[in-house]
Structure formats: C-alpha cells, structure tokens
Design a protein around this ligand. Structure first.
Ligand code: F6R
Length: 359
C-alpha cells in the first residue's frame, strides 16, 4: 500500500533510512559485530577470488561490492553482468566463490549463470530481497535484504540494501581474517550515520525538485560523471534517469570524457559531478571545468568535507567506502521528479517489467 504517496518509488526512496537500521539490527549484534553464518564465512575464506554476478541495478551494487570486498578482505573480486557471463565465461581462478545479487531472485540471466555454476560444483551465495526465490533456493547460501517489497520498477532501496549488506559481509570476512582494515571499519556506527544522512537528503525534496526543473526538464541528454566508486554510482544514477524520465543519460569516468565523449557536450548539456573521494575530488572538478568550457551546465553532488559554497548538493560525511549509499539518493530523487513533472508513470515506465524472467 502506498499510503499517502503518489508513487511507490517515492515511498521506497523514503524507506531507505529504515532499511539501513533493519539490516543493522538483523546482521550486527549489540557490540556491532557481524552475525553471519559461520559456514558461509568459511566457504568464502576457502576461495581465492570472489565473482559477483547481477543485472542492471544489482550489477551496479556489485561494482560497489568489489571495492568493499577488496578493501576490507583483500580478496580479489570481479563483477560481471549476468547476461554476458552466461555465454562468455571468463577464465576462472582455481577456487572461485560466486555472489549473486538480485532483488527479485528470479532474473533469468542470473539464473542461467547459477545453473552453470552449480553444474561446475562451485560454491555460491545469493543476496536477495525475496525469501525462497529461485536464485535463493538454488544457491548454497542466502542472505536476505529485508528491504520490504519493492514495487516500483526502478530499484532504489534494494540497491542501497545490497551495498549495506555487502559492507557487513566484507567486515565479517575481513575481521575473521584478522585484517586491520576490517577491524577499523566500524560498520554499525557508519550505517547509523548513513541512515541519518539519507534522512537529511530525503528531507530536501523541494530542493531536488527545483534542481530537476533547472537542469533536467528541458533536455534529452545528460551526464553523470565521477571517478572510482563515484563512477560506479554515476552508472546507477544515469540508469535511474533513463528508465523513468527517458532522458538519455550516461554515467561516465570523468577522466575518460575528454577521450571522445566530450564531443557530445553542447550549450546547456547537463553534466552532474559526483565527488565523494578525497583522492580524486580535484580531478573531477577540473573535468567538470572542461565541460563548462564546452558549454555544459554543471551540477555537483559533493560530500561535506570536500564541499565549497558553490556546490549544489552537500552530502553528510560517512566512511568513503559507504558514500555511494548517500550519493545515489539525490540521483534517485532527481530521476523521480523529472519523471513526475513530465507526467510519466513513475512506477511503471514503458517497455519494462519489475522482474525480467526471459534471457
Ligand atoms: C533498474 C532495475 C533493473 C534490475 C535488474 C535486475 O532499476 O530495477 O535493472 O536491477 O532487472 O533485477 P534483480 O535485482 O531482481 O535481479
């Protein structure tokens, strides 16, 4: 039931702070230590490489997971689009462990990969929002997202839940391996900060609607740019805008723009920079300047400690690895308002189904 909300998507965006709290309560004990099935931890530790597989938004959550697993567990981690992996399997390591990310647990492309993985006898985990879904039943282990039903076709709370659960799992694994990076990562405190930060962003709806009006209502093209983990979020930000507002949006590595794609920038083309990583902040800022010189109209989404008075949206500071949980929220709302004010069906965009059960 969407209650007083005009669309499920807005309700689901607003639920994200509570989903963060629910995951904390479910998977962390009173001291903030992860409580994850020991057999799962052992199975993952026995592997020499993690393979994350997913489609669409779930694939994008995997791109963040790669950073979390590599930083906190030192395990090499690859991320793959399921429809590609199914028919062009990369050379695998000697002891692979597979992680399937899927909100619905029913995506045919991902099921095809899991059936190949099972045939080869490799161990697997499904991270899903739907208990007893096919991908959950067919994998060796399951972790549930506890995000509550996601009805809008555009995935929002499942993306942030997947990232938060990957963070908890990486913490559990890394701590068990005795790694300092994992010990120092206080996931409980950080997720509490994330929940509060998300709340602060969803409380700025009027501002986000204003930015949508200013930047996105009169264009059929837009760019999100960033580096590293911000580039990964830019892909998800662009997908949200494309699928519900039909603006052709691209998420791009900001340093790569000048190698060709910058030719698409015209007078007034919106370019939105995501800047949450200290190491690359000034580089992305100069890449934004390069687009301004070609006529772009730029907007910035920046974490507080890197922000100036000129930035458009300032995100509360949390651990750099968890900044995607905050930087994606304005992008979800920008997409929402652009779709809404174009009079489109936000929850049921054309040509799309909530769960894609054909390959
Ligand atoms: C985008 C979206 C899709 C799904 C994709 C995978 O908003 O919802 O890209 O993420 O179809 O679906 P699941 O996660 O159910 O496997």
């Amino acid at each position: 039931d969407k209650g007083t909300y005009p669309f499920y998507m807005l309700k689901e965006v607003d639920e994200q702070p509570n989903v963060m709290r629910k995951l904390t309560q479910t998977y962390l004990n009173g001291e903030g230590k992860p409580e994850i099935d020991d057999q799962l931890i052992k199975a993952m530790q026995a592997a020499d490489r993690l393979y994350i597989v997913g489609a669409g938004t779930s694939y994008h959550a995997g791109l963040i997971g790669k950073r979390l697993f590599e930083k906190l567990t030192s395990m090499p981690t690859e991320v793959h689009v399921s429809s590609e992996f199914a028919y062009e399997q990369p050379l695998l390591s000697a002891k692979p462990f597979f992680i399937f990310l899927t909100q619905s647990g029913e995506t045919a492309d991902s099921r095809e990969v899991l059936s190949n993985v099972n045939e080869a006898g490799y161990p697997s985990l499904t991270i899903t929002n739907v208990e007893n879904s096919t991908l959950s039943r067919e994998a060796n282990f399951t972790l549930l997202l506890h995000a509550g039903p996601e009805i809008a076709v555009a995935s929002t709370k499942a993306y942030t839940a997947q990232i938060a659960l990957e963070a908890i799992l990486a913490k559990a694994l890394g701590e068990d391996l005795g790694l300092d990076a994992a010990k120092a990562f206080d996931v409980r405190t950080q997720l509490a900060l994330v929940a509060n930060g998300m709340q602060a962003i969803v409380d700025e709806k009027d501002k986000l609607e204003g930015l949508s009006n200013e930047f996105l209502m009169d264009t059929n093209r837009a760019f999100y740019i960033g580096r590293g983990i911000d580039q990964a979020v830019s892909l998800e930000a662009a997908l949200k805008l494309k699928e519900i507002s039909y603006v052709q949006a691209e998420g791009f590595a900001s340093g790569e723009l000048k190698h060709g794609t910058i030719a698409l920038i015209e007078k007034g083309t919106p370019v939105i920079g995501i800047i949450t990583q200290a190491k690359t902040a000034s580089l992305t800022r100069s890449n934004l300047q390069e687009t301004i010189a070609r006529g772009a109209k730029t907007m910035t989404i920046v974490r507080e400690s890197l922000a100036t008075d000129d930035d458009d949206l300032v995100l509360p500071d949390v651990d750099e690895l968890l900044m995607p949980l905050l930087s994606v929220v304005p992008a979800q709302l920008l997409a929402y308002y652009t779709s809404l004010n174009k009079g489109l069906d936000v929850d049921k965009p054309r040509n799309l189904a909530k769960s894609v059960t054909v390959e």
